[in-house]
Design a protein around this ligand. Structure first.
Ligand code: EPU
Length: 421
């Protein structure tokens, strides 16, 4: 498995073009099976999770091509509705194929999805909502069998605004005879991107971005060309890196309004942030941050759980004490054991990380255990005195396109080593 070797203590300076959003392109790839034509997705990030989604589409009978951040999916030949466990367990987003495959074939057979280990990640909210749409669902020895005569549009109220469950309802109901109203829907920007993509295929969805989404069923969807939104978590990661290390970076192709909860913290902590035009964010930092006493993750537009590890890395080196509280996932602080090896003063008590900022961190051998925690270790390595080795880079590759190239382009001393064989 690959590892990153980082010699820290360098300021960051330069420009980055922000990658397309992982959490937008994955449900969009699942949605592409709903069109019986060809979909072209521009600004698709080259990530291992995107390869897994492509493998699932190909397994289902689609033709998928990826070149220069553009994916084309021709789903006219799709003829299978069973996704094997070997593909399902490679990522959480495989569950998005449930709603899409049911919609296309009126049946689907899947297993529990895999994904980063962030604590318990059940799919009960997805299952309950799909049952309300008239889908019969049985689970036998880990295999989930789903079938229906037709989707029955109705009003559904989610028990919690789950991002994935919201997307599955949109996908399952967008081709149907009638209107589905989804109450207590997730409001994340990636839901808006999915709505826009389905509508570009000829769907009639409105309200995404609010907590009530109205899905007017249509008879069929056609192919389209679509540009995926910028990745707000990659944006937050690069901003936090510069905040921590000091310097000045410009992020191009970014969406400032999607990460205001993160930039608010960075501004409070002493960074200077400006936006230019629609899509450029410039951050300047002296590399000396003040601690924010309390940062709490919440559903959008609150502070994103996916940016919790990178802001924690910042608070580890900020002057003062802070508490970072994780309210979305039950076990998202495992990476803190690795930050402690680098000199971070963090105590995890329940859902809170209690941090005493230290002036500096020191390089160490650390292990990425999941995607965003792995990114936090890279940021800590960029800040630390001496050499840091981050192993298990495959976790980081799920969500960041060539992270070492982004940071070396900004002046960091970082390189990837790959084991032979
Ligand atoms: N939940 C349930 N039952 C369900 C669904 C969710 O209890 O049926 C719980 C989860 O266990 C979790 C919480 O609800 O505690 C939030 O889960 P949600 O369904 O909203 O998240 P998701 O769809 O599994 C997406 C992103 C995650 C991101 C979360 C929250 C994708 C592919 N993944 O996951 O991204 O953290 O929303 O914003 O869109 C990442 O990119 O690193 C990542 C983990």
């Amino acid at each position: 498995m690959d590892r990153l070797i980082i010699n820290g203590k360098r300021c960051l300076k330069g420009e980055v073009k922000v990658q397309g959003a992982k959490n937008a392109v994955l449900p969009i790839l699942a949605a592409s099976i709903l069109s019986k034509g060809k979909c072209t997705l521009m600004n698709s990030p080259a990530l291992s999770d995107v390869s897994v989604a492509s493998d699932i589409l190909e397994f289902l009978g689609c033709d998928v091509q990826f070149s220069h951040n553009t994916v084309t999916v021709d789903s006219s030949g799709a003829d299978k509705y069973i996704i094997p466990a070997t593909l399902m367990e490679k990522m959480r987003s495989s569950v998005m194929f449930l709603g899409a495959v049911i919609s296309r074939f009126r049946k689907a057979v899947i297993t529990q999805p895999g994904g980063c280990d962030l604590g318990s990640r059940p799919i009960d909210i997805h299952i309950k909502a799909l049952r309300q749409l008239g889908v019969e669902i049985q689970e036998e020895q880990g295999i989930i069998l789903c079938f229906c005569d037709e989707i029955k549009p109705c009003k559904i109220t989610l028990d919690f605004p789950s991002v994935g469950a919201t997307e599955n309802v949109m996908l399952a109901s967008c081709i149907s005879k009638g209107t589905t109203v989804l109450v207590n829907a997730a409001r994340e920007p990636e839901i808006v991107d999915l709505q826009n993509f389905v509508n570009a295929m000829g769907g009639k969805i409105s309200g995404a971005g609010t907590n009530e989404i109205v899905i007017e069923g249509v008879k069929e969807l056609k192919g389209c060309t679509y540009c995926v939104m910028p990745d707000r978590i990659a944006t937050a990661t690069y901003l936090c890196a510069c905040a921590l290390c000091g310097g000045e970076i410009a992020l191009k192709g970014a969406a400032y309004e999607h990460i205001k909860s993160v930039t608010d913290v960075l501004i409070y902590s002493g960074c200077d942030i400006k936006t230019y035009g629609n899509d450029v964010i410039v951050l300047k930092s002296q590399g000396k941050l003040s601690a924010k006493p309390l940062i709490e993750t919440a559903v959008y537009p609150g502070f994103p759980t996916d940016a919790q590890p990178v802001i924690t890395a910042c608070m580890c080196c900020a002057e003062g004490k802070s508490v970072v509280r994780e309210n979305i996932f039950s076990d998202r602080f495992r990476y803190c054991s690795q930050l402690k090896k680098m000199g971070a003063d963090i105590n995890i008590v329940g859902t809170g990380a209690f941090i005493n900022g230290t002036e500096s961190l020191f390089g160490a051998d650390v292990e990425a255990m999941e995607l965003r925690g792995g990114a936090a270790l890279v940021l800590a390595g960029l800040k630390a005195e001496g050499k840091t080795t981050v192993t298990n880079v495959n976790y980081i590759d799920r969500g960041y396109e060539k992270i070492e190239k982004v940071f070396s382009g900004l002046g960091a001393d970082i390189r990837r080593e790959t084991d032979e064989g």
